[in-house]
Design a protein around this ligand. Structure first.
Ligand SMILES: C[S@@+](CC[C@H](N)C(=O)[O-])C[C@H]1O[C@@H](n2cnc3c(N)ncnc32)[C@H](O)[C@@H]1O
Length: 248
């Protein structure tokens, strides 16, 4: 399903889409605005109509499950190249090859890119990826020298995709299915590219020295008791933040 919105409604529409489809959606520039597309079932279609009642919407043809492949293009983020298995990585950058399957995380979403930017500047050590999706951030972390690496997610297809992509990239990491309330294993650095509400639930579940967060709009910023804000970066209307554990 896709809705087309004018630029004046874009920020509000993005926030709604993020709430409706936290697993991800796409943005495509159109002559009179932006198309926001989510690959979803009848339930998702109903939610979309509820929120965007007056907006134009189109059924995505049979095969939507694989249509994301059209949008899966390689990206460069600092020392990293992230791309699909059917593209040849260039010589030089560290290559992260991802086939997300039904999970989120081609590497091209601004929130993923912002997390990848932050990771490259952080001290290496143990690493926790909360909401690993395709495993793109876990695999990048392992290639950058973080160890041990653990990816957790609330969705079984994400765990499968992370394990398969780790194998394909020849990196060692663990992927574990969790609930949204489980206490999480301690780590020196954690990254969480999940919704704002889920990020704000992390302090109660997390024992880390550094935390990179994203998954929310540029206009939003998580409140994280027990953490100090260090740095903010933005890209394409999305926000990402680096925090460190407050002393004491
Ligand atoms: C936006 S995707 C991020 C995927 C990948 N890490 C990236 O940066 O491209 C968010 C992922 O987090 C998972 N997720 C959402 N809320 C979560 C929570 N509270 N705990 C663990 N995983 C969660 C979703 O199932 C989804 O796979």
């Amino acid at each position: 399903m896709a809705v087309e919105v004018g630029l004046e409604r874009l920020e509000e529409a993005r926030a709604t889409m993020l709430e409706l489809f936290p697993e991800g959606f796409e943005e495509v520039d159109r002559p009179e605005g932006v198309e926001l597309a989510a690959y979803t079932d009848a339930g998702g279609e109903e939610r979309l109509w509820h929120f965007f009642g007056g907006a134009r919407s189109d059924d995505v043809k049979v095969g939507w499950e694989d249509r994301w492949r059209t949008f899966h293009k390689p990206v460069r983020v600092g020392a990293l190249w992230i791309g699909p298995p059917w593209e040849t990585p260039p010589v030089g950058p560290l290559a992260v090859v991802v086939d997300p399957g039904r999970a989120f995380g081609t590497g091209s979403h601004p929130t993923t890119q912002l997390c990848l930017q932050f990771l490259q500047g952080l001290e290496r050590g143990s690493f926790l990826d909360v909401g690993c999706g395709s495993g793109v951030l876990s695999i990048a972390a392992a290639l950058l020298g973080f160890a041990p690496v653990l990816g957790v997610d609330t969705e079984a297809p994400s765990i499968e995709a992370t394990r398969e992509n780790a194998r394909a990239n020849g990196v060692e990491l663990e992927a574990r299915l969790v609930t949204a309330d489980d206490a999480l294993p301690p780590a020196a650095t954690a990254v969480a590219n999940i919704s704002l509400a889920s990020v704000e639930g992390l302090p109660a579940r997390l024992d880390v020295a550094r935390l990179v967060t994203s998954g929310y709009l540029e206009s939003e910023q998580p409140r994280l008791p027990g953490f100090e804000h260090v740095e903010r970066r933005t890209l394409g209307g999305w926000g990402s933040d680096l925090y460190r554990r407050a002393p004491g």
